[in-house]
Design a protein around this ligand. Sequence first.
Ligand code: HEC
Ligand code: HEC
Ligand code: HEC
Ligand code: HEC
Ligand code: HEC
Ligand code: HEC
Ligand code: HEC
Ligand code: HEC
Length: 498
Amino acid sequence: MTRRSHTFAAVSGIGMLMLLAVGGCVDEKIVYRDGPNYAAPPSAAASFVGYSDVANKVTVCGNCHVSQQAKWKGSAHADAFATLEKSGSMQGYCQACHTVNNLGNVATDTTAGWRSTKDNRYHDVQCESCHGAGLAHIQQPTRGQMLASIKADTGKGLTNGCSECHTGTHNPFVEEWRQSRHATSYTRAYNGTTATAPEVPGGPRAACQSCHIGQRVLEAWGVNTNFVEKSQGQTAATSVGVACAVCHDPHGTPNSKNLRFPIDSRDLDNNLCMKCHYRRAVPDFSSSYGTSPHSPQGPMLLGEAGWWPPGIQADGDLVAAHGSERNPNLCATCHVNKYDVTDKATGKFVQTVTGHRFRAIPCVDSNGLPLPNAGQNCAVSQRSFKGCAASGCHTEASARTIMITAQQDIAGLAVGLNAMLARVPSSEFAVGKVTSARGARFNVNLALSPGSEVHNPFLAKALLRASIAQVAKDYNLTPPPGLDIAPYDKQILGRSSN
Ligand code: HEC
Ligand code: HEC
Ligand code: HEC
Ligand code: HEC
Ligand code: HEC
Ligand code: HEC
Ligand code: HEC
Ligand code: HEC
């Protein structure tokens, strides 16, 4: 088989192996070849080149970009057309999202690639689906920008990403994501664009960007490949939030659904969600924000959050089942739950819910379809607990009851502790001071932060009980009557009396 092709005169004959040295953990290789073995694309394809070897799923691009080719070949994108054919319900209009054409990239020609040619070299979601038509680039690789976008939600004329295919009633990933705070997380890292970012009086801070701005997240994670928005991101207008390509590797990974990190790891540094949902889970006595938790959900779930009075050994029972091996998918079990909604009366399909709103217990309509954001202030009785039921451990009703009970217990303890803290001299709360009062205040804020009653009710209650006992001892206060603070009554108060 000859690798020579007349359309490849520009680089043919070089025949050498070149490694592009890239730092970090991305091992990117470009192999110069005599030229990929591909036939010139029909002119109707508008410069999309597709496969050079359909049977073996070798893309023309992949002849040189071998590492992306290898990863991509194992991803579902590489099987998109077979999936469609096997479904038994393929119709003409299905094909655009399962083939190479203008969807997903900057091309605007609606006859490009598969659309006009129906040539099987354009089967599947290939490189050019995201990078755009490649003929000019492969004829002269140093020419022709093939950068893909990490934006999920842009209009034509700019760049286009995942949203052009991951959309509609069967696949409303982008519609749901757009409503989540992940889509707007970048606004938090800029002063002047939002009044709710009190920690940045002077403007954007590196400290905020590594979780809130998509470009900087990838940088922090060692993804040093190039993409359209990479060099942007210093202003709120050019920043990307926690977009699809932040959580998902567009080329594929061995993790479930091509996620960049696993969701089933109980390691705070290696779990996708916990890598960001872990900023301040213990008090920072040196900071004026130090008694407010900031994304404490990871350590909370794993039983590692909060302030422990000195000398107290937390007993071994402070990890809820939700953070244990009994819940392998951890955060994603409750917050990313995919299911179909059917009409109660007719039994007909209404819409798929992809779980990309990331809400654990959304307010839903009579069919169980989550309401838009404006409708998300409903009572707990109108919330769907489907995510809890999907685990097989609860029914929706029992999960709801357990949550309400935990909320009440926590609220009772927090009210009692707050009443005590109100009697502690204000000097005890001064920034920089390491005091039980400040530790206890942190624990109140942690226990009352949304979701704590589900993430880890045992830890929340234990921290409040221990705080009540410690504050009583240190400031000579009597705990409000009727509060059960065992075993810390003996451990802390008992110790003070001898
Ligand atoms: C003949 C080998 C060859 C083929 C085929 C090829 N590329 Fe490249 N590509 C290269 C080389 C070499 C570079 C580096 C060019 C440079 O540094 O100026 C490159 C650069 C790139 C870049 C980075 C651009 C940048 O500015 O950082 C992307 C993305 C890319 N190629 C994607 C593709 C896609 C998509 C295809 C298929 C349409 C493809 N390539 C086909 C050799 C190839
Ligand atoms: C708007 C783009 C789009 C159109 C049109 C489209 N699909 Fe898909 N299809 C997708 C995406 C995106 C996925 C991946 C969804 C996922 O992984 O959950 C998908 C996945 C699938 C799957 C895998 C099973 C699943 O749901 O995960 C099948 C089968 C399928 N599509 C069949 C069809 C058929 C049949 C049609 C036409 C009736 C069609 N598709 C039209 C975008 C589309
Ligand atoms: C689903 C969209 C998508 C598909 C499919 C895709 N890419 Fe990419 N590609 C991206 C995005 C987004 C980036 C930048 C982020 C990253 O690398 O993770 C990228 C980065 C790259 C780079 C790195 C450029 C650099 O500066 O180092 C190369 C090369 C590349 N892709 C080639 C390919 C090839 C070859 C294929 C097919 C085998 C392919 N891509 C398939 C979206 C995609
Ligand atoms: C041209 C349309 C198209 C574009 C653009 C596209 N996808 Fe897809 N994607 C699909 C289809 C179709 C499937 C289903 C393939 C199958 O199940 O065979 C899919 C499947 C997936 C899956 C499921 C993977 C798995 O292993 O089960 C993920 C995750 C995904 N896409 C993410 C992305 C991301 C992130 C982007 C943008 C960087 C993107 N897609 C761009 C059409 C597209
Ligand atoms: C380690 C990752 C990380 C870093 C660094 C980070 N954040 Fe966050 N931030 C998050 C996560 C995750 C959330 C959402 C979870 C939550 O609200 O508890 C969040 C939420 C927020 C919120 C919304 C809080 C609310 O309750 O509505 C603001 C405002 C915010 N961050 C500002 C900042 C600022 C300003 C900085 C820099 C000083 C910063 N963040 C640094 C991860 C981070
Ligand atoms: C905050 C991280 C995050 C972001 C952002 C995100 N996803 Fe996902 N995605 C997930 C997780 C987690 C899963 C579920 C993985 C599992 O169940 O194994 C998932 C699953 C998927 C799947 C497979 C669904 C199935 O059939 O089971 C597709 C397709 C997908 N995402 C596409 C997208 C697209 C498109 C976007 C942007 C609009 C996006 N995702 C944004 C985390 C994310
Ligand atoms: C790259 C960092 C990052 C990753 C990864 C990440 N998040 Fe987030 N998440 C954030 C930030 C930042 C916010 C808050 C944005 C804001 O308030 O502006 C947030 C907000 C949320 C919210 C509140 C959503 C809302 O709309 O009110 C939930 C729930 C959430 N994340 C769950 C998850 C889950 C589950 C995962 C893993 C599948 C995950 N996140 C992965 C950074 C991240
Ligand atoms: C057992 C189910 C469950 C697990 C596991 C879980 N959560 Fe939650 N989470 C909830 C519930 C229920 C709420 C409360 C939601 C509400 O009040 O709307 C919540 C609330 C949140 C919130 C606050 C949302 C808001 O509206 O401000 C964030 C952020 C969050 N969870 C992130 C995570 C992360 C990250 C993980 C993994 C470390 C995780 N959760 C694990 C069920 C769960």
